[in-house]
Design a protein around this ligand. Structure first.
Ligand code: DX5
Ligand code: ZN
Length: 228
């Protein structure tokens, strides 16, 4: 399992040290949650902070946009150093145009679905994205409970990608911990995001190791899609 700590649960007064801490603890990606107080009822970080963090680490930046108009901001997040930009199918921007824009900037595009959105909402875009993120909580806040009933969506997405011979990474986000990760691993997730489960753990390195060992998949798909 590829492990993406979410900075949403870090100490915001020491973000640079927190990034270094999780890199040393064995993180594969840095997950950055961008919220606009409109698409979700919370406000977090923007491109300025992401740009300042970019020189701190060599880990890829997985930027999760929970904003109403992702298309308007693709350039800003690409300039800030995003390696992956995921945006919600429920947002207002045209999905094809947003994917085109992300690809034109040399960034890997991904689509995100909220708990009430079916997996089929992304089927017609699967040949154009590198990742699908299945939310396992309502987006907006860290520390919520994992929704196990989202697992059939991963199975459905995996089957659809296999049927069409598509290589797409499946990511889960929300309530992932040492206890809940196994359900996601079994359902076919490649990448798990974890905020509270890593940053509030007594030992981040131990927490990451447990998440990583929740399956025994190799990282070849990730290497092909993300570390081009
Ligand atoms: C929620 C965010 C998540 C959040 C996960 O809207 O997308 O990335 O940080 O936090 P935990 O792991 O605490 O549920
Ligand atoms: Zn997220």
């Amino acid at each position: 399992m590829i492990v993406a700590p979410s900075l949403l649960s870090c100490n915001f007064a020491n973000m640079a040290e927190e990034v270094i801490r999780i890199e040393r603890a064995g993180a594969d990606l840095v997950h950055l949650d961008v919220m606009d107080g409109h698409f979700v009822p919370n406000i977090t970080i923007g491109p300025g902070i992401i740009k300042s963090l970019r020189p701190i680490t060599r880990l890829p930046f997985d930027v999760h946009l929970m904003i109403e108009h992702p298309l308007k901001y693709v350039d800003d997040f690409a300039d800030a150093g995003a390696d992956i930009i995921t945006f919600h199918v429920e947002a207002a921007s045209d999905i094809d145009k947003t994917i085109d824009k992300i690809v034109s900037r040399g960034v890997v595009p991904g689509l995100v679905i909220k708990p009430k959105t079916p997996a089929s909402a992304v089927f017609s875009y699967l040949d154009r994205v590198g990742m699908v993120l299945v939310m396992t909580v309502e987006p907006g806040f860290g520390g919520q409970s994992f929704m196990a009933d989202m697992m059939p969506k991963l199975v459905e997405l995996r089957a659809e990608c296999a049927r069409r011979g598509l290589d797409v990474l499946l990511e889960v986000d929300g309530g992932i911990s040492e206890k809940t990760v196994f359900a996601a691993a079994e359902a076919g997730a490649d990448i798990c995001v974890s905020g509270t489960g890593i940053f509030k753990a007594k030992d981040a390195s131990q927490a990451i190791t447990i998440l990583r060992n929740s399956d025994n998949k190799d990282h070849s798909l990730f290497d092909r899609i993300i570390r081009k």
